[in-house]
Each structure stands twice: as C-alpha cells, then as structure tokens.
Design a protein around this ligand. Structure first.
Ligand code: ARG
Length: 575
C-alpha cells in the first residue's frame, strides 16, 4: 500500500526546494477541506519573504501533481490543498489485492530492538501495572517484528535481592513441597505476605533472613537451590498468565535480574575507571547531571552498597550495557510504569556518560499510567490486596461468553467458547491499548465488552460481518483475481482513502508506540465502512461495481484483522 503522505512529499519537496533555493519539508497533513494539505509556504515566508499565497502558487506550478491529483487548490493565507483522483486511489488500492502485507513494505532501516516488558517480581502477584506492561510490550513486539526488525524480548523479572532472604527462610519453615504447591496455584501474595508478617514480627526470623541474603549472594549451593524453587514456581505461574493473554512471551524470554549478577562488579570497575564513581554515605554512587531531590541535593544511582551488595540500579546499568555492547541493539524500549521515569532517565544518562549509549543507539521509556478501579484508585480487590490477574482475565471471558450467547444463540458450544475467549481477552487488551498509554484508565467490564463504541467487540464484529457477506456471496477470502477497481461514489472514495492511510499510520505508531492511534484508526475505519455499506449495495450490485465493492469489503476486513492482530487481538470469523 502506498504511503499517501510520502507520495505527495516526493512531488512537493523538489518544487519547494526550487522555489526556496534550499530543502524545505512540505509538511503534509490530513485535511478537512481536501484529502491533504501542505502549509509549508506560510513558514517559508518567514525565511525568504514575499506573499505566502504567491509562494504556494509557484510551488504548485513547479510540482508535478496532475498524474496524482484531481484538484490542487490554494486556500486561505497560503495552504496547498491536494485531492487524489479516483483513478489513483483505485490503482493504489488494487496493489493490496491478494497481498498478505496489504502492500505495506518492510521497514527501510530494520534494526535490532530490545523490548523490556512485563517484568513481574518472583514470589509476588503480578499487579495491573505488569498487565499493562505485558499488553503494551506485546503489541510493540508484534508491530516491530512485522515491520521486519529483529526484536529481542526481555522479561526483566525481579528475582534477586534482599526480599529473597526472607522468602527462602519462609520456604524452609513451611517445607519445600508445601511452598511449591502454594506458588504453583498462583497464591503468590499469600506466600509473600506470610513471610513479611514473620519478618516484621519476629526478630530471630529477621536475623535468619539477613543471614540468608548473605548466603544467597555468596553463591551458597543449598540457598541457591531453594531460591531457584521459588523462581521456577513463579515463572510457571507467569507463563499461565501469558498463555491466557495470548502474548508472545515464553520460557526463553526470562532474563531476570540475576542474569546480570556476574556483570555487576565489572560495571563498578568500569565506572570507576571512567571517573564517574563517587562515594556517598559509604556507598559507591554515580550522580548523573540534572537530577536532584526536594532539597536540591544531587540524586545518586547507588551502584554498590556499603555492605557490598548491589541493588536495582546497578542491575539496570549492567543490563543496559549488556544490551548495547553484547547484543548490539540500537533501540532499547523499556515498557515500564511512569513512576520509574526518573530512574530510567538516570540510567540512560549514566549509559551516555559512560559511552555505552551513543547514536544511532537510543533508549526510550515507553511509560504507562495505571489501571484504576471505579473509585479512581489503582485497581485492587475489596480486601485491599491487589487483584489476581488470572481471576480478572477469567471473569472477562465468562462475561464475554454471556454477551455472545445473547447476541448469537445459534453458535455451537465450542465456537462460542473460542469466540468468548477472543472477545474477553481482546476486550481487556483493547481497553488498554485504545487509551493514551500515559493516562490512567478505569477498568470497566461493561464498557469494554460493549458492542457499541470504540471497543474490541465492536471491531471484531465489524470484521465478522464482512466475513458473512463473503459467505453469502459464496466468494472466498482473501479475494484474488481482481486487478481493477472502480471508485465513483463518495462513500467508496472515503473508504478507499481511509484504507490507504494504514501504511503511514503504521510507520508513525512504530516510532511513537502510541497504540491508541492505531486503535482510533481501526475504529474510524469500521465506522467509514458502515456508512459505505449503508450507501453502496454490495451483494445487490453487479459486474465491475460488485467486484470492486467486494474488494473494498475484503481489504477492510483484512486491515481490521491485521491491525487488531498487531495489537495482539484475535478476530473470529463469526460471532
Ligand atoms: N520488576 C520491576 C517492577 O515490578 C520492573 C522492571 C522493569 N525493567 C527494568 N529494566 N527496570 O517494578
């Protein structure tokens, strides 16, 4: 599929350059008045003087546009309004027929990208923050892979450090097999809380826990084996959640904090050699520029504590160095909640100061807000403990099943179960991905499972309806063997134009990771399709017109399927 903005850019850029005597970005945008608009003439006046309308006229004069546009107009103070001709829209769209990628080319500069996401903590329940990270990270992985990048998934689980002294001691107290069975059924919170209660109330236990941390960090065999039990059982539980969610995280993607243990001392040494280390209150610290606490004192990343232990910050420094130096990734994504924005910013800055993070490599915090309950606070159950994720997801599927049974009682049981899963899980993911990720949102089953509005079921249903048009027509999907389209009606034109935006939208989202823009696009597409379908009969039309409208239906269905697929959402053929 052609990138419409890019097509116009290619034609206008040389014309602007000829007029200005230097390269100018034509700044092409969607417009209400025409298909696209360029307002670069206005900015250019500030540089070369003159009248913007005249400059626009000279640019239009110099540009070759007549083979693309049916109308080129200068409006207002000097906007260039551009309208594609029906023939061009038809021709561009015809390229997508029978093409799996909808004629979207692979990324021009594919690269190696690390995505750090999900990252729950072992022996602790995953909370909704981890759910967001998992859903957003999975969408990023799917999109960037689809573009042709090499994507490395890294699940930076928290399974090292002081809490594990207490957790291992608790495991010894209740017995290994009891502990394993508690953890494997996903009662991670119960286990953690019980350990915590003892730690807070019982001095001897506290003492044992402290000694155990030392044993763990010094590599004591027995301690390591017990620790591994905790970690392995937790991983099994996380994998069940990933399985339910249908995300691409696997056993092989766990690169937890402990993975970097034997790189920590060398990070200290290297930072020391570079002269970046400073001692502060007995600890070895780095102080990246520009970070201060409330009193205006510089904020440190503690690299090595006074007792010789390493913390979260040290691990993140080893991690970023590993990703850049050993994995040679050029784009590092950290899908982590907004409260860690400052921490990550400091890590990136130290990595720059140390010369590890140098262009073209870059690190980005793909931050996100939280999921709230109806009270506007972070989602928790009534007892005040965080929600168990499996329960939350199971409930979505149960509710979806009821909604589907009501909507389409004819579905056989097996199909209904499959559809309920796709709709329930899809609804949870879509509610998340369709909100600006920097914002919080309220978790609301009724809203996310509604067939009206910007929801997964609405979009899934829109696509399933198109599939049923094809079943009625007795035509196989994807449609092949058609090489020509005719576009004459305004509703056909509007739909074609919308479909042709997919390519540029995908490039934008791959850059910004603002998945709500992809969601909004799909929602807009489904609505545009609905008005097309109301105004332009498909099955009751004939000949070329029928063929052509079937093509529009087919490409719409496949764009919805592909778009939702990139968000990690399944699309049942009937529902
Ligand atoms: N385990 C951490 C938490 O639950 C998230 C880790 C994010 N990734 C990282 N490289 N720091 O808050």
């Amino acid at each position: 599929m052609a990138n419409l903005e890019e097509l116009l850019h290619q034609r206008l850029a040389p014309a602007f350059e000829a007029v200005a005597g230097a390269p100018v970005d034509p700044v092409i945008r969607r417009s209400q008045h025409a298909h696209f608009q360029s307002d670069a003439a206005l900015a250019l006046v500030r540089k070369i003087g003159g009248n913007p309308r005249e400059i626009a006229a000279r640019v239009v004069e110099a540009a070759q546009l007549d083979d693309l546009c049916s109308a080129v107009e200068i409006s207002g103070p000097g906007f260039i309004n551009l309208t594609f001709s029906d023939e061009v829209l038809a021709r561009l769209l015809a390229d997508t027929i029978g093409d799996e990628r909808l004629a979207v080319p692979q990324a021009k500069d594919s690269e190696k990208i690390v995505v750090d996401y999900s990252a729950p903590n072992a022996a602790k329940e995953m909370h909704v923050g981890h759910l967001r990270s998992t859903i957003i990270g999975d969408a990023a992985v799917r999109l960037l892979e689809w573009q042709g990048n090499t994507v490395i998934r890294m699940n930076h689980i928290g399974e090292w450090g002081t809490p594990f002294g207490m957790l291992v001691e608790h495991l010894l107290d209740i017995g290994e097999s009891e502990a394993a069975s508690e953890l494997s059924v996903g009662d991670l919170n119960g286990f953690y809380r019980a350990a915590r209660v003892k730690f807070d109330a019982d001095e001897t236990f506290k003492d044992r826990a402290r000694k155990r941390v030392v044993l763990l960090q010094s590599g004591d065999e027995v301690t390591l084996r017990l620790w591994r039990t905790l970690v392995e059982e937790s991983k099994k539980y996380f994998l069940t959640v990933y399985g339910m969610l249908g995300v691409r995280l696997t056993e092989d993607d766990f690169f937890g904090e402990s993975y970097y243990n034997d790189q920590l001392q060398s990070v200290v040494d290297e930072l020391d050699e570079l002269g970046l280390l400073r001692e502060s209150e007995g600890a070895q610290c780095v102080f990246p520029d520009g970070y201060t606490n409330r009193n205006g004192d510089p904020l440190p990343i503690i690299v090595k504590k006074g007792d010789g232990g390493f913390g979260y910050g040290a691990t993140d420094l080893a991690t970023i160095r590993h990703r850049l130096r050993n994995l040679k990734a050029t784009r590092l994504l950290y899908v982590v909640g907004l409260p860690q924005r400052q921490h990550l910013g400091m890590i990136y800055d130290v990595a720059k100061d140390a010369g590890w993070l140098v262009p073209p490599a870059r690190a980005e915090h793909v931050g996100h807000g939280s999921i709230c309950g109806e009270d506007g606070k972070m989602l928790r159950t009534r007892a005040g403990v965080s929600v168990k994720l499996v329960d939350l997801l199971e409930e979505a599927v149960v509710r979806a099943s009821a909604v589907i049974a009501e909507k389409n009682p004819q579905l056989d049981e097996k199909t209904r179960a499959d559809v309920a899963r796709a709709v329930g899980i899809g609804a949870v993911k879509y509610a998340d991905l369709s909100t600006d990720r920097l914002k919080d949102y309220v978790f609301d089953y009724d809203r996310m499972l509604s067939f009206e509005g910007n929801t997964a079921p609405y979009l899934q249903y829109a696509r399933a309806r198109i599939c049923s048009i094809f079943r009625k027509a007795g035509v196989e999907q994807p449609l092949t063997g058609v090489d020509k389209l005719v576009i004459t009606e305004p509703a056909e034109r509007a739909l074609a134009l919308e479909l042709l935006q997919f390519d540029s939208l995908i490039s934008e989202v791959a850059e910004t990771l603002e998945f709500h823009k992809l969601a909004n696009y799909l929602y807009g597409l489904a609505s545009t399709f609905t008005s097309f379908y109301e105004k332009c009969p498909v099955l009751r039309s004939e000949g070329d017109v029928k063929q052509s409208r079937l093509v529009l239906c087919d490409i719409t269905a496949r764009t919805l399927e592909l778009g939702l697929g990139l968000l990690g959402i399944d699309t049942p053929d009937q529902m």
